[in-house]
Design a protein around this ligand. Structure first.
Ligand code: AMP
Ligand code: MG
Length: 388
């Protein structure tokens, strides 16, 4: 895997979204570069403006981009606007709401303190200071910062290539008309999107039928990528061959089932030097296990520091009872109109029901350690905004 590449996003910032910095970004100048007013008003010497009713002669103007060429003396002020440089001699800005103009003088309605209403040069960051750390994922704020310090061409990590290999005799490409017992390949689409959102580059392979020889050939092709993600064929059915083929190829398994619903049959192995995830084929199982297991691997290989899965907290709208001692993820909707966020689960027909996820915006997490939840309880929610 190539480690990094140069990305120039000067003319299309959005191409950098989600990329991970392979370098630190440092400031090329102090920020702000000059003492900068953050209000419209009057730049004054605070010692002249300590009393309400002070009258200061207006001797000029400073506006954004055009500085006042001179310095303030005793009893003087200048008209100043947001973003404008503070003139020499001034050390405070009086907001225009707290002053009025009388015959060339600013009359202050309120006193002002030194350093009020401006930001000193270099107060936000100094030349040479690191403003974005290596390993940071570029979002809108990071792009703004990169632009501010003039770094619009930077080293970013190469995105890990993630092979997506769906399996199953019943699966047909989504743009083909399925026979009566065939199923369109929706997992290739959700996985491709999830890989992309996690910072990887999806490589979609042809679906593999439930046949050992053909599955082997597809898996070997998939192992050319940096990560292989399979869907389907990991349960205990008679036609679930994924584990068998991986074992035959010398895979070392780290887990071959997880205490989750949906998602229980998920496997993780290391095969021919590559991480391999075998996700269950049911569409919601695929999504949940991707989010919990594959996303962190993609992030790690993208050069990002590891981070935990983050749950939101919401108040449960109704009681929930689960029986199996597993951690459950239930399609749900979180809303917040007035007051606390509230989560309600959606009716669903189990882990094949994509519609329930489409209607919702999150998953309620019912932990194995507490399977009975009461209405009004604060509960964990896995939000799918920007991720799942
Ligand atoms: P499996 O994990 O192979 O036993 O598949 C479980 C269920 O998920 C079956 O009903 C499959 O038809 C369905 N399924 C498997 N792969 C896909 C896929 N790529 N797209 C949509 N549904 C799938
Ligand atoms: Mg199958």
């Amino acid at each position: 895997m190539r480690e990094s590449e140069t990305l120039d996003f000067s003319h299309a910032p959005a191409i950098a979204l989600g990329r991970v910095l392979a370098q630190n970004i440092v400031g090329d100048r102090n920020y702000p570069p000059f003492d900068r007013s953050i209000r419209d008003g009057f730049a004054v010497r605070a010692q002249d403006a300590a009393q309400p009713g002070a009258r200061l002669r207006i001797i000029g103007e400073s506006r954004a981009g055009v500085a006042f060429d001179g310095s303030l003396g005793a009893g003087e002020c200048i008209r100043i606007f947001t973003g404008a440089p503070i003139p020499r001699g001034a050390n405070a800005v009086v907001m225009q709401e707290f002053a009025h103009i009388e015959e060339g003088f600013a009359v202050l309605d309120q006193p002002v303190l030194p350093s009020q209403n401006y930001v000193m040069a270099g107060a936000e960051s100094r030349v040479g200071e690191r403003v974005i750390a290596r390993g940071t994922r570029l979002g809108f704020a990071e792009l703004a910062m990169a632009a501010q310090v003039g770094h619009t061409s930077v080293e970013v990590t190469c995105r890990p290539r993630v092979a997506i290999l769906t399996t199953g005799d019943e699966i047909v490409p989504a743009d083909q008309k399925p026979g009566p017992f065939q199923i369109r390949n929706s997992n290739a689409f959700s996985l491709s999107a999830l890989v992309n959102m996690a910072g990887g580059e999806a490589v979609i392979l042809d679906n593999a039928p439930d046949d050992i020889a053909q599955l082997r050939a597809h898996i070997l092709r998939g192992l050319e990528a940096d990560i292989l993600v399979l869907s389907g064929g990991v349960s205990v059915g008679q036609y679930d061959f994924v584990e068998e083929v991986l074992r035959e190829q010398g895979a070392e398994f780290f887990f071959d089932s997880v205490a989750l619903r949906p998602g229980k049959p998920a496997v993780f192995a290391w095969c021919k030097g590559k991480p391999v995830f075998g996700l269950p084929g049911n569409p919601i199982s695929t999504m949940i296990t991707f989010e919990l297991f594959v996303r962190p691997a993609i992030e790690f290989l993208s050069g990002r520091p590891p981070r935990p899965v983050i749950y939101l907290k919401a108040k449960l709208a109704h009681p929930v009872r689960e029986r199996s001692p597993l951690t459950h993820f239930l399609p749900a909707r979180i809303t917040q109109t007035n007051g606390d966020p509230v989560v309600e689960t959606l009716l669903w027909e189990g882990s094949g029901d994509i519609g329930a996820v489409v209607k919702g915006n999150c998953f309620l997490v019912v932990h194995a350690s507490k399977l009975e939840l009461e209405a009004g309880e604060w509960v964990d929610v896995l939000h799918r905004r920007g991720a799942l």
